[in-house]
Design a protein. Structure first.
Lengths: 269, 260
């Protein structure tokens, strides 16, 4: 007896398979996925070690710096994984082939989400083991809280990824730099390495509207004070629901707009 | 795939285009085009650069949204049921590429999965035999010559045994020998599968050989329509190249419309 995937799942698998083939054809792509997370971990890990010796344990309690690095990389790499997988289709001038095929836009989005998870796993899994081995920080000890942090960060990254892909559909490769840099706008505002209270009061309002802020606050509460904060996870989830709605709506709007403007064929040139 | 095509009505043509318009602001790229493609027909879509051929093909594929008009494939309105008919059509165009960094076999596998081909390995083997790709299957697509890439694009276009095939300059980068051989393959495919082909081409000898009917576009409109022999006779010319020049230069458009 043979197992046959439903047609929709088969089309999603086809897009994922294409990107897996790309990885298999190019080992530098794989190395590139692991390179920056490792460099980031080394830099913040050594800084944490230095500060804990100089200032005592308060600032770095529970390995918050290394934890922040790993969670930030989930957010950043997942968004990049989503957007880069889309960009690969533009670089290859393959978008017309995909969108004229039976592949539905929703299936395409699902494939990009899966590619984002695959890229995060390849890039970060080895780094979590390095963090455990060299800096004594076991992120897996967070247990189900890690799942909550991960899900919230990945949802934010997908929402940003969808928005970026929408911009790419509207402006083509002219918007490529936004794909690489948009998430960095969150870095100072999402309180990755410092608490929300460290920001000026007027900026705290903006920061509180960002889902990742609540994830990083939750991580600090858990690692530093051993206080789980489900309320923060729920706030993040609610904000992510809004972000995903905006992300999906922008993607579909700009896809329709590209069809109206006739820019899909030949996109990537 | 071809035997299970979901015709809404058995009498429906493969493709029916009615009063199709596409405007970009004040520019009217396609201005009220209507035509049909029946089973077993190869219809040539001719016209000078910018006449509206590629926009028309892109609208049929769903890549460009028409401003107004209706497109039916297998009797289904494409605006509403594109995903129902998409498995039964395919295309080849110079405006898109087959991804270059992966092998020919990997590319064809991906497209076969996208289009829902039944036995992927067997289908790839069949196409490789027909299009002389057997020795190229495991080579990265980017390392092939232009002619070899065109044959890979044709293999992609045939991967799902489409009922309706849209081809934009399919032999443009091929040497005369290979181009002739591809034309033969397309004729056989059309005859054996009862498929319809809409062929945009600037090669008039190709059009004369392949097409049962031609549509000549000028400034977004169909300026002439008929069989190649009928158009040549009607305009008192020797070949399709002379007919084409007459029509696109606006010398004798009124005599040419709606010929048998």
């Amino acid at each position: 007896m043979t197992f046959t995937l439903p047609a929709g799942a088969r089309r999603v698998a086809a897009v994922v398979l294409r990107h897996v083939y790309l990885f298999r054809a190019s080992w530098p792509r794989l190395v590139d996925l692991m390179y920056w997370p490792t460099v980031q971990l080394a830099m913040w890990g050594f800084l944490q070690t230095y500060l804990s010796h100089r200032t005592g344990a308060a600032v770095t309690a529970g390995g918050v710096f290394v934890g922040a690095v790993l969670l930030w990389d989930i957010l950043f790499r997942a968004q990049l994984g989503f957007s880069i997988s889309f960009l690969e289709e533009l670089y290859a001038r393959n978008l017309g082939h995909l969108l004229a095929s039976p592949l539905r836009p929703g299936e395409f989005i699902l494939a990009l989400m899966l590619m984002s998870l695959i890229r995060v796993t390849i890039g970060l899994l080895p780094v979590t083991f390095i963090a455990m081995w060299y800096f004594g920080f076991n992120i897996y000890a967070l247990g189900l809280w890690l799942v909550a942090f991960f899900c919230n960060l990945v949802l934010t990254s997908w929402a940003f990824g969808l928005f970026v892909c929408g911009l790419l559909l509207r402006y083509g490769l002219g918007a490529e730099n936004i794909a690489w840099s948009l998430t960095f706008a969150l870095l100072p505002l999402a309180c990755v390495y410092y608490p929300l209270a460290a920001l000026p009061e007027w900026l705290q309002w903006i920061s509180s509207a960002l889902a990742p802020t609540h994830v990083f606050e939750g991580m600090r509460a858990l690692l530093g004070a051993h206080q789980p904060r489900p309320d923060l996870m729920l706030k993040a989830l609610a904000l992510n629901a809004v972000y995903m709605t905006i992300g999906v709506a922008s993607f579909y709007y700009w896809l329709g707009d590209a069809r109206r403007r006739g820019t899909l064929i030949g996109m990537g040139e | 795939m071809s035997s299970t095509a979901p015709f809404r009505q058995q009498s429906a043509p493969l493709l029916a285009v009615s009063e199709l318009h596409k405007s970009y602001g004040p520019i009217e790229a396609v201005a009220g085009v209507s035509f049909r493609v029946a089973q077993g027909e190869i219809v040539g879509l001719l016209g000078s650069n910018g006449a509206g051929k590629t926009t028309t093909l892109a609208m049929i594929l769903g890549l460009v949204a028409p401003t107004t008009g209706r497109i039916e494939i297998l009797g289904h309105n494409v605006a509403l049921k594109r995903h129902m008919v998409a498995p039964f059509i395919n295309f080849e165009s110079p405006y898109v590429d087959i991804p270059l960094r992966i092998t020919v076999r990997q590319n064809l596998t991906v497209y076969a999965m996208l289009y829902g081909a039944a036995d992927i390995e067997q289908r790839i083997a069949e196409l490789a035999a027909v299009l002389d790709l057997e020795n190229l299957l495991d080579r990265p697509t980017g390392r092939l010559s232009a002619g070899q890439k065109t044959r890979v694009s044709l293999a992609k276009a045939l991967i799902n045994e489409p009922r309706l095939l849209l081809l934009d300059e399919p032999t443009a980068s091929l040497d005369p020998d290979t181009a002739d051989w591809v034309r033969g393959a397309l004729e056989r495919y059309c005859a054996e599968h009862g498929a319809g082909i809409l062929l945009a081409s600037h090669n008039m000898s190709e059009v004369e050989r392949l097409c049962t009917r031609v549509l000549i576009m000028r400034a977004g409109r169909i300026a002439a329509e008929g069989t190649p022999a009928g158009l040549i006779a009607r305009l008192g010319r020797h070949n399709m190249e002379e007919v084409f020049l007459d029509i696109v230069r606006g010398r004798r458009p009124d005599h040419a419309r709606a010929l048998p």
